[in-house]
Write a new protein. Structure first.
Length: 561
């Protein structure tokens, strides 16, 4: 026991020293923390003293993960992100397909299965939260500096949602609609969790503000631990709970320098505890594998990740209408992949979805990408960029128009997304209220059980139908307004993109509705009533819209005559 304690203290001490060195040279301390764990783990293994107790390492890792993701959630400026969501989506709409293609190519080259390829894509879509925030804040262009910080926040959120989808996936061959349903359901659950916590914090805000800085932070951190347990009970990864708690808590935190100093120190503590422990664990994995080819493959993936991210971000920035002179620093600042992906892959490996060898592969890839990105960034401002002069005038105009199309599409996605989440939140709350009422009726006399079920079910049914009718009316109005008065081909493309997004949104929403109602385990008659009501509403609205469109066309024909 005493030897294990000495080992753990040595790991933390050496990791802290190496973390300070790598932060000076590579802008990030996490590489040093991993190196410290590897050095001490290797030293004790070579000397025959054995590795630290695995259970102690797991405890350190769990504490470190909870602290790290809680602080990661606090660092996200949700209000500012929502304001700039349209432009960020333009970049991501272009980048994500390219990154998915890159993950497929790399995965096919090294022989990964579909789950490992999905994990690789999960790594590619998020820039390093430690390094990229440092580099993004040093960009010379003020507009791109703000955009880069918000994009890292968006990528963190997107990575968490997709990770939760992969974590809860029950099939190895998901369909596009199935992925869309899972994403919408998880986002809805997270919104409800966040909304519930915000109500509690708003109610007790005055009481919480009476605490001193340290006590207040410890109280909020305990909320993160509680939310981690709640998320785990709901079938989601435990770390998503602390992340959501951090996002909501950030709206109630003060802005004093003392508080931010505390946050920075606690974040580093989380990184130190997790990655130094992981470094020691990696030694054991490498000793089992005994192959340098894993390290070489990991380095190759890290290089490919930097190239793929930089290239996809450059294309996305061009499509978003950014000025060519500032593209290289922006793309390289966000070209490294996130150390968060190591934690997520570790969680999937613990669940049994991935191997420990793949975890070593990802760790090597992330470290490589961070080292390359930090070195390239220093030379990015010297790189000659002549994109604007190379492209012909006609191509520039086409790109400008395509950029307008993407902006229009992203705004439609934001609009439909907000409306969809509002309906699904109402649906989830109403359906599970009916589910809870159904459970209670088992312990009540039959007349009281019927009365209770009626009191809960009838208002829930009415609210669901009203909200769904409101959603469909908004979507169809948007689509119909886009179909009117098309003057040229480019305007027709814009209208078509609106119609496509609307149809996809309604399709995914209906599929999500049926999934939620089915998984709620409510009685079959109520299940049938909910489903029938929504189907009838959809058909009735479609028929009403068709009649309205026919009447409009008849009026136009009469005017011409």
């Amino acid at each position: 026991m005493q030897d294990n304690t000495i080992q753990l203290l040595l790991i933390l001490f050496i990791s802290t020293l190496l973390g300070w060195i790598t932060k000076t040279s590579l802008y990030t301390s996490f590489v040093g923390y991993v190196a410290g764990g590897i050095v001490i783990g290797t030293l004790f293994t070579v000397l025959g003293l054995g590795a630290p107790d695995t259970s102690q390492l797991e405890v350190l890792k769990s504490i470190g993960v909870t602290i790290f993701f809680f602080e990661a959630g606090i660092s996200i400026g949700l209000a500012n992100l929502l304001k700039s969501l349209d432009r960020i989506l333009i970049i991501e709409l272009v980048a994500y397909p390219l990154l998915w293609l890159a993950a497929k190519i790399v995965g096919g080259f090294i022989g990964l299965d579909i789950v490992a390829e999905a994990a690789l894509f999960l790594m590619f879509i998020d820039s390093s939260s430690v390094l990229s925030m440092q580099l993004a804040s040093s960009l010379r262009n003020l507009e791109l500096r703000s955009l880069a910080v918000l994009e890292t926040n968006f990528e963190d959120l997107a990575q968490f949602v997709l990770f939760s989808t992969l974590f809860a996936a029950e099939t190895t061959l998901p369909t596009l609609i199935g992925v869309g349903v899972s994403v919408m359901k998880i986002i809805t659950i997270l919104v409800i969790m966040g909304f519930a916590l915000s109500i509690v914090l708003r109610r007790f805000r005055g009481f919480i503000q009476k605490f001193d800085t340290s006590s207040r932070y410890l109280l909020l951190l305990s909320i993160a631990l509680l939310y981690s347990a709640i998320a785990q009970q709901m079938g989601l990864p435990f770390l998503i709970g602390s992340f959501v708690a951090g996002i909501i808590v950030s709206q109630f935190m003060g802005s004093s320098s003392e508080e931010f100093t505390l946050l920075s120190g606690v974040r580093e503590l989380g990184l130190l505890l997790y990655f130094s422990s992981l470094g020691t664990e990696i030694v054991l994995i490498f000793m089992e594998a005994r192959s340098l080819s894993i390290i070489i493959t990991g380095v190759a993936i890290g290089v490919a990740a930097v190239i793929a991210r930089a290239f996809s971000l450059l294309i996305g920035l061009v499509m978003s209408g950014a000025k060519p002179g500032h593209l290289a620093p922006y793309a390289i600042a966000l070209s490294s992949v996130s150390e968060t992906s190591i934690i997520l892959v570790d969680a999937l490996a613990t669940q049994g979805g991935l191997t420990n060898i793949f975890k070593l592969l990802i760790l090597t890839s992330v470290v490589t990408s961070i080292a390359i990105s930090s070195l390239l960034y220093r030379k990015s401002y010297k790189a000659p960029l002549a994109i604007a002069s190379i492209l012909p005038h006609g191509v520039t105009n086409a790109l400008s128009r395509f950029s307008n199309t993407l902006l229009h599409t992203s705004s439609i996605i934001v609009y439909t997304g907000r409306a969809s989440i509002r309906f699904l939140t109402t649906l989830l709350v109403a359906v599970y209220l009916v589910h809870i009422a159904t459970l209670f009726t088992k312990y009540l006399p039959h007349p009281l059980a019927l009365i209770m079920l009626a009191v809960v079910t009838i208002p829930s049914y009415a609210i669901i139908v009203i909200e769904f009718t409101r959603f469909l009316r908004k979507m169809f109005e948007k689509a119909l307004s886009s179909a009117d008065s098309v003057k040229d081909l480019w305007e027709a493309v814009l209208r078509l993109s609106t119609a496509i997004v609307t149809i996809l949104a309604i399709t995914v929403l209906l599929a999500t509705f049926h999934t939620i109602v089915t998984e709620a385990n409510i009685p079959k008659p109520l299940n049938y009533a909910f489903t029938t009501g929504i189907n009838i509403t959809t058909i009735a609205l479609l028929a009403a819209i068709a009649i309205i469109m026919i009447k409009k066309e008849i009026k136009k024909i009469r005017k011409r005559q």
